[in-house]
Design a protein around this ligand. Structure first.
Ligand code: NOJ
Length: 739
């Protein structure tokens, strides 16, 4: 049955559909990568020539990786002026954390817990990309992730479904705005549907086998939040979910997404994922893969080229109903209408706008603001930070300190190589101190690039001595260590999460000489920094912060911005604890029985607790929580409880705190996590100031999905915790009854 996708455009879409041949319809479901220098001559023979021919015949509905107004205009011109029906292309690109002016990587942004800033960052990315001809981004990635070995943790919002859902919503709103047809907004894509973040052992593209409770309560909520935000497209994923590839998964795409959630947008496959159902052992050949994917609800084929090859025959053979094709095409055409592409296919193609918008100062200001808010202060013994602005001898050590490329992170769209402000450059802007730089050791001798593996095999210690000499004469040593910009991201799984290469050795050598070290971490995932956490007095998590990285870090180190970030993922003590996450369930033997008894849930060689928990982050000031109060110790159906807490700034700096509320459902028909984030508020306080914050607990706070995916709210006993991390220690109890 035909459903309305958008009443404003249904009729128009249907009238185009009625003019289309089956082949042209299937063409709309076909997406190609940019395939030749569009402004130059098409190469003879090979794939490119075939694709080019297909574009002319109206057998291409979308292209990706074509960017810049000149290039986009060239392909759009063929689609609009040379094909029979002149249907415009939708142009997609991985605008993940910016187009040319780069924001922090998404995991870093998530550490801000600042939904307005995150939305703003996506707005900037959309505006800059739209001005360059792009009208669709393959973002946000909303995969919940618990395994830092997986390189793509950098691209998501971390381990928590509540925070992840809020951020997913903010990002979609940022990209799409309130008017998709505006020239500075683009369609978003919620990816990867679903459960890609649970790839076994953190190895990318690996099998996913998870239980229903995890699927319904962890994996799906952020996707549902993007539907609430009216996300225009979904991307499915490379993985199998409990034996069924996501791309050929009817349960996910038809029953849940387009059924239960009544989703009106379209689903694009991930790159080649329709064809990958063959090596998965799910389809016997390309033809069957196309059949399975189309029937399961994958509307557009990204680069498998199997729809365009097989779907027409499959329809003729009755294996795929034409109504399935029609449904997919209606969805795709509707989004093109919503973007305004039918009104003006060249609306994103204005060279003057492109010139004026690209890299404009307001974008730099926005990404700088986002970068500062993304930094997490992990340790600050004896108030080593912030640094005095005058009279200090500072040794700056580490290859990453002068690196203008790594801060751009992975997925940098058109961010120019070496275009970030380095830490060295950022610190040089403060000229009251004596600053000297030594790299100490190279992280890698290669130039990391997106597509290739970079070897971390440096054995050259010759720079150690110079670094130690600088450390000896310095009052404070700032060491910038971590991962290069392409060490996380797609295909970048690691089994070790320590500081790569000789960096740990250098850190320990320098420490022998000068213990006054500020360790600035630059990385795309939680790292194992057990030694540093025990020895180094000050640690700043600075991730890959984008174009303005060095300025943001310098402003934090000098106290011009008081760090306010909170970790969106737990940092393990050792890689053997992974996956480690705060919202785990209790075992039947959670506590140490004391003595030498071994039969409880623990490791013999490491604690159960992480190095730094989810939600953790310090400030240059200190905060004290007190007076946790409930206005009632129970509530009934449709009722609620107000929880209040006092927060005082007990230190010497104005600062911002993220006040987090967690609950524990003590017993339920399906066991619940020991803690679940359910709300948070950010508040700025002056030194000495105290404010009362009030939260509401109602059925939304305490309900959950049962193993059939049904939302249930069960009577029972609950605990509520409020504080500055997932280890918040103020707690109270309440009851709920469903009468
Ligand atoms: C594969 C990635 O998994 C996906 O996230 C990305 O959008 C596509 N490639 C297109 O580049």
């Amino acid at each position: 049955m035909k459903t309305s996708l958008n009443p404003k455009f249904d009729q128009k879409v249907d009238s185009i559909l009625s003019l289309m041949t089956l082949e042209e319809k299937i063409g709309q479901m076909n997406q190609y990568n940019g395939f030749w220098e569009v402004t130059g001559p098409a190469p003879e023979g090979g794939d490119a020539a075939i694709k080019y021919e297909q574009l002319r015949k109206g057998l291409v509905g979308s292209m990706l990786n074509v960017n810049g107004v000149e290039n986009v205009r060239a392909v759009q011109k063929i689609a609009v002026e040379e094909t029979r029906l002149g249907i415009p292309l939708i142009i997609g690109y991985d605008v993940i954390h910016g187009y040319k002016t780069l924001s922090p990587i998404p995991l870093a942004e998530s550490a801000s817990w600042d939904l307005d800033a995150i939305r703003k960052s996506s707005e900037v990315a959309a505006a800059e990309a739209a001005a360059a001809g792009i009208n669709w981004t393959f973002a946000p990635m909303v995969d919940i992730t618990r395994d830092a070995r997986w390189g793509r943790v950098m691209e998501g919002a971390g381990e928590d479904p509540y925070l992840g859902s809020k951020i997913a919503y903010a990002r979609v709103k940022g990209f799409q705005g309130d008017d998709l047809s505006a020239i500075n907004t683009i369609a978003a894509s919620a990816k990867h549907f679903a459960a890609y973040g649970f790839s076994e052992s953190g190895r990318d593209y690996n099998t996913v086998d998870i239980g229903t409770s995890t699927l319904y309560n962890l994996v799906l909520p952020p996707f549902q939040a993007t539907v609430d935000a009216d996300v225009k497209t979904f991307m499915n994923s490379f993985n199998v979910l409990n034996g069924i590839p996501a791309t050929g998964n009817s349960f996910l795409q038809r029953d849940i997404l387009k059924g239960k959630w009544n989703y009106k947008g379209f689903v694009v496959s991930d790159w080649g994922s329709i064809g990958e159902m063959i090596p998965h052992g799910f389809a016997k050949d390309g033809k069957q893969a196309a059949e399975l994917a189309a029937n399961a609800g994958s509307d557009m084929d990204m680069e498998s080229r199997l729809y365009v090859e097989h779907l027409a025959a499959l329809v003729k053979e009755g294996k795929v109903k034409e109504s399935v094709i029609d449904d997919a095409v209606r969805r795709i055409l509707t989004v093109k209408y919503e973007l305004g592409l039918f009104d003006d296919p060249y609306k994103y193609c204005d060279e003057a706008r492109e010139k004026a918008e690209t890299g404009k100062p307001a974008f730099h200001e926005a990404v700088l603001d986002m970068a500062k808010k993304s930094i997490v202060l992990l340790k600050n013994e004896n108030q080593l930070l912030p640094l005095k602005k005058e009279g200090l001898k500072i040794a700056l050590i580490g290859q990453l300190a002068a690196d203008k490329d790594s801060p751009l992170g992975s997925w940098r769209a058109l961010g120019e190589s070496n275009s970030a402000v380095s830490v060295l450059e950022g610190l040089q802007k403060y000229n009251g101190n004596n600053l000297r730089f030594e790299q100490g050791v190279r992280l890698t001798d290669e130039t990391p690039v997106f597509i290739k593996e970079t070897k971390i095999n440096t054995t050259d210690r010759t720079g150690f001595e110079a670094a130690k000499t600088e450390a000896r004469r310095a009052d404070v040593v700032v060491m910038v260590l971590g991962e290069h910009g392409f060490q996380s991201g797609e295909g970048r799984s690691r089994t070790q999460l320590d500081l790569p290469g000789l960096q740990q050795e250098l850190l320990e050598e320098v420490y022998k000489i000068n213990k006054n070290i500020v360790l600035v971490l630059m990385n795309g995932r939680p790292l194992v920094i057990d030694w540093a956490a025990n020895h180094i007095p000050a640690i700043v998590e600075a991730w890959h912060l984008g174009t303005e990285s060095g300025n943001a870090i310098a402003q934090v180190l000098y106290g011009d911005y008081n760090p306010s970030g909170k970790l969106p993922m737990s940092f393990p003590k050792t890689v053997g604890q992974v996956p480690i996450y705060y919202n785990h369930n209790s075992t039947g033997r959670p506590g140490n029985p004391g003595g030498d008894i071994v039969f409880w849930s623990h490791y013999m060689d490491a604690p159960n607790e992480p190095q730094f928990p989810f939600g953790f982050g310090l400030s240059y000031t200190t905060f004290a929580y007190s007076n946790l109060k409930l206005n009632s110790d129970s509530f009934a159906k449709t009722g609620s409880i107000k929880v209040s807490v006092d927060l005082s700034n007990t230190g010497n700096y104005a600062g911002k705190e993220t006040v987090q509320l967690y609950i524990h459902d003590l017993y339920a028909s399906v066991t619940r996590p020991v803690r679940e984030l359910k709300d948070f508020q950010q508040i700025e306080l002056q030194p000495g100031e105290t404010k009362t914050l009030v939260f509401t607990i109602d059925e939304k706070t305490i309900g959950f999905y049962d193993n059939d995916g049904k939302w249930v709210v069960e009577p029972g006993d609950f605990k509520v915790f409020i504080g500055g991390s997932s280890q918040a220690d103020l707690e109270a109890e309440f009851k709920y009854n469903d009468k």
